[in-house]
Design a protein around this ligand. Structure first.
Ligand code: ATP
Ligand code: MG
Length: 302
């Protein structure tokens, strides 16, 4: 994540078109806003459009605006999101949900940097920095033919992938404590910390909804907690039964055992070769086989 933050800082001052990818709730919008805030465009607007939420038939006028009389009900000239973002940042959220017909029009805009309002004849130059986000796999969509390849390359001048929370070691508790502090202040409660089993639950839970899920759970737990400590019950996370095993001796032993088994498989249980792979002497290997109770199939071959 620190590397991602440095990347964002480097990209922000440029006009490079960035696409943020990652599961739902990983913080794509947070980083898109950071790209804008750290850019020379920060004093202008960041205009967002959620491509998944706008009906296909309204998308074009939503993006590019329309002239008076362009269609029934168009009783005054209306600017689209692109034009409103002039000199600022245009954030195309859920770009993977943009209908194919619109993809072509968006591509044209990205190439020409000019828009035409619906029902208009003029070409209007617009200066925007484009940032996109999606939780879809655009490369797969290109293969399936549901996302234009040329548009893909246009918007992914730089792709920034945000890993899911379950892979962000160290971030889970850090963020949980951040939200705890935030919501205790907001709610003026006595809650001060997570109970030890809540800490364990936070570390072992998979967080399919990522940071958004964590924020919601902590927010609710702060309100629901009966005493000073938030329990795993308050968080609504059932104890998994598999406990967090980070006792170092145990971790080392598990790793050693796994390495030996792997080396044995690779050498088809040849003892000399296994010892060499593991970087130990044969007598040491015999000791280890005994220690970990590993049976060498067909007896140890020299
Ligand atoms: N690093 C962070 N620190 C604090 N809060 C964060 C962080 N990242 C994300 N959040 C919070 O988590 C929630 C989800 O973030 P965000 O809306 O940016 O996710 P997203 O990737 O755009 O999700 P979706 O794909 O569902 O739109 C927001 O409430 C946001 O404030
Ligand atoms: Mg989002």
């Amino acid at each position: 994540m620190l590397k991602i933050c440095r990347t964002i800082e480097k990209l922000a001052p440029s006009n490079v078109t960035c696409t943020l990818t990652g599961e739902s709730g990983t913080g794509k919008e947070v980083l898109a806003k950071a790209l804008h805030r750290l850019s020379p465009r920060a004093n202008h607007r960041m205009v967002a459009i959620n491509c998944a939420a706008v009906p296909e038939n309204l998308m074009e006028s939503e993006l590019f605006g329309y002239e008076k009389g362009a269609f029934t009900g168009a009783n005054k000239r209306t600017l689209g999101k692109v034009e409103t973002a002039h000199e600022g940042t245009l954030f195309l959220d859920e770009i993977g949900d943009m209908p194919l017909a619109l993809q072509a029009k968006l591509l044209r805009f990205l190439q020409e940097r000019k828009i035409e309002r619906v029902g208009g004849r003029e070409e209007i130059p617009v200066d925007v920095r484009v940032v996109c986000a999606t939780n879809k796999n655009l490369k797969e969509m290109v293969k399936e033919g549901t996302f234009r390849e040329d548009l893909f390359y246009r918007i992914c001048e730089m792709e920034i992938h945000i890993p899911p929370l379950r892979e962000r070691y160290g971030d889970k508790l850090l963020l949980a404590r951040h939200f705890l502090r935030m919501y205790t202040e907001q709610n003026n409660t006595n809650v001060v910390s997570f109970s030890p089993e809540a800490v364990e639950a936070i570390e072992t839970y998979d967080w399919p909804g990522n940071i958004r899920e964590m924020e919601n759970r902590v927010k609710r737990a702060v309100v629901m907690a009966d005493d000073k400590m938030v329990s795993s019950l308050d968080l609504g996370i059932a104890p998994t039964g598999e406990s967090l095993n980070i006792n170092l001796r145990q971790v080392r032993q598990n790793a050693e055992r796994a390495a030996i088994l792997r080396a044995l498989t690779m050498t088809e249980s040849n003892i000399s070769a296994t010892a060499k792979l593991l970087g130990v002497t044969r007598p040491t290997l015999y000791d280890l086989l005994k220690k970990y109770n590993i049976q060498v199939p067909g007896g140890a071959q020299e």
